[in-house]
Design a protein around this ligand. Sequence first.
Ligand code: SF4
Ligand code: SF4
Length: 68
Amino acid sequence: MVSNANFEIIINEKTCKRCGLCIAFCPKKVYTADDDGKPIPTNLDACIKCKLCELRCPDYAIVVGGDE
Ligand code: SF4
Ligand code: SF4
């Protein structure tokens, strides 16, 4: 999980299969892949909360704006 004061993106590490779709579809390049291909929302401040990543994830592993 990566968060700032009032917004977060939660990625379920158990269900994420490292397919990279969320990284590819994010229009703001919020994610970078770690060495294992796991998406890390390193550029969270750029997120426009469009939820494309959440909607495209085939494993429902992403929740955008978890605490809002
Ligand atoms: S909600 Fe949209 S802008 Fe934010 S990380 Fe997901 S795809 Fe990118
Ligand atoms: S789209 Fe879902 S399963 Fe694929 S890398 Fe992103 S979080 Fe993981």
